[in-house]
Design a binder for this molecule. Structure first.
Ligand code: GLU
Length: 467
């Protein structure tokens, strides 16, 4: 049987980090088995579902590189099919009309509370005939769930979970206005879409028991289930806004690469021995449900940042250049020329060595497109003194005479100058770097000289040495 997994977000907000991990696990599982990954937007809550949220989810999935098969499904559009299944359950005697009023339901909750029971519907219309129905009341349709025995979930992560049926009351399938509830829609959709494996947060574990009861009543084979522990903040408390429970687009804006995010989220709840750096290809090859952890994982920004640095160092220079250009343009308000783009790409190998995020990469490449005269930061300014200016001016003269402006020839001249001045290389390289970049950190200085080109480099040296 072809494996079919699904990601079924409710579009009531952005694609948050927990959702992104659920989507990733489902995607990996489907890809590992050469199966299908379905995206289903569960938009049945009409008041809370928004187009902006749908947009954010689709964009977030695309950014994460989690491509779904076929068109996304929209659950609300399938409401007639859901209602049809409710009718089927009515006909088979597995569902019934319930006319209990709001007041009665409130009373039931009150009694349950007084008796120390969990609130729930008491089944008063379960065996009553509709002929007894009060006039003018639109009934809801409830599931006649088994009262005795247990429902057993054989969960791929949680193991065998047994829930006493007595604990589960008769849930509503169709509201009084005829609209289906989440519990009904979700099982009908999973069934109709051929979903074989449900991987989702363990906050859905009780729902799983109710859903299994419905599968039984319909004589449908239930999908396998894997309920993954939730993500906690670094302090062990459930992940909240305070911990940065943000939309994935916020991570993009903070300068994380999608491949680093995939690796980080994979490790947040799944392991493969001691491996930390796991490429997406490897993840597809290795992913399984057995290695999903049983306890909640903690979100750790430092770890994410380190992984991001690793992925940046491995990334292609052209790809990184394309990522930072819009950031540079936004910062400078100027458009980057082709010549500047190629300078940045040439410098990328050196720039990416130190970068932890795409943002810091953009910051550290900014000097390449700065207009003369550069403004030097505080540390860099301190390196330009009367002495070092003299050294720089004399160096500039020697470089002026150089006809082939390549790194090796430049290096030879700089070393020669250092010797002639009786200075260690660092003593000349430091003010040189300050003059060329306006800062005290940059890629290798000979690379910087070559990449800037003779005219620009000499101009910057002389600007700084003017003092
Ligand atoms: N729509 C549900 C949610 O966003 C998920 C349903 C499911 O995975 O079964 O929480």
């Amino acid at each position: 049987m072809t494996v079919v997994t699904r990601f079924a977000p409710s579009p009531t907000g952005f694609l948050h980090i927990g959702g992104a991990r659920t989507a990733l696990f489902n995607w990996l599982y489907a890809r590992h088995h050469g199966g299908k990954f379905v995206l289903r937007i569960e938009d049945t809550d009409r008041e809370r579902s928004t187009d902006e949220a749908i947009d954010a989810i689709l964009k977030g999935m695309k950014w994460m590189g989690l491509d779904w098969d076929g068109e996304p499904y929209y659950q609300f559009a399938r409401r007639e099919r859901h209602a049809e299944v409710a009718k089927q359950l009515l006909e088979s005697g597995n569902a019934y009309y319930c006319y209990a009023s709001k007041e009665e339901l409130a009373e039931m909750r009150e009694t349950a509370r007084a008796e120390g029971r969990a609130p729930g519907y008491d089944g008063r219309w379960r065996d009553r005939d509709s002929s007894e129905s009060p006039a003018g009341v639109d009934p809801v349709v409830r599931f006649k769930s088994p009262n005795e025995g247990n429902t057993v979930i054989e969960d791929a992560v949680q193991g065998t979970v047994t829930i006493a049926n007595a604990q589960l009351d008769d849930l509503i399938l169709l509201r009084a206005d005829g609209t289906p509830t989440y519990m009904l829609s979700v099982i009908v959709d999973d069934h109709d879409m051929g979903v074989t494996d449900i991987i989702r947060g363990d906050d859905h574990l009780t729902n799983a028991a109710r859903q299994l009861q419905l599968y039984d009543a319909l004589n449908w084979a239930a999908p396998r289930m894997a309920h993954i522990p939730l993500i906690h903040g670094p302090d062990g408390a459930k992940l909240s806004k305070r911990h940065g429970a943000l939309g994935v687009e916020a991570y993009r804006d903070m300068g994380y690469l999608p491949e680093a995010m995939r690796n980080y989220l994979l490790r947040l709840g799944w392991s493969h021995g001691d491996d930390e750096i796991i490429s997406t290809e490897q993840a597809i090859e290795w992913f399984n449900l057995e290695n999903i952890g049983k306890s909640a994982s903690r979100f750790d920004f430092d770890k994410l940042e380190n992984l991001n640095g690793t992925y940046i160092r491995q990334a292609d220079d052209g790809y990184l250049t394309d990522l930072i250009l819009p950031l540079l343009e936004e910062k400078t308000g100027l458009s980057v020329t082709d010549h500047q783009r190629s300078m940045i790409e040439k410098a990328m190998n050196g720039l990416k060595e130190r970068a932890k995020s795409v943002i810091s990469l953009a910051d550290s490449s900014h000097f390449l497109i700065s207009q003369r005269p550069l403004s030097l930061d505080e540390k860099a300014s301190k390196l330009i003194t009367a002495d070092s200016s003299g050294v720089l001016n004399r160096l500039a003269e020697k470089l002026e005479a150089l006809s082939n402006w390549d790194k090796d020839a430049i290096e030879a001249i700089v070393r020669e100058s250092a010797e002639a001045e009786d200075l260690k290389l660092g003593k000349i390289a430091q003010p040189l770097r300050a003059a060329l970049t306006g800062t005290t950190v940059s890629p290798g200085i000979f690379d910087v000289l070559e990449i800037l080109g003779k005219e620009e480099a000499l101009g910057r040296i002389r600007d700084a040495a003017k003092i």
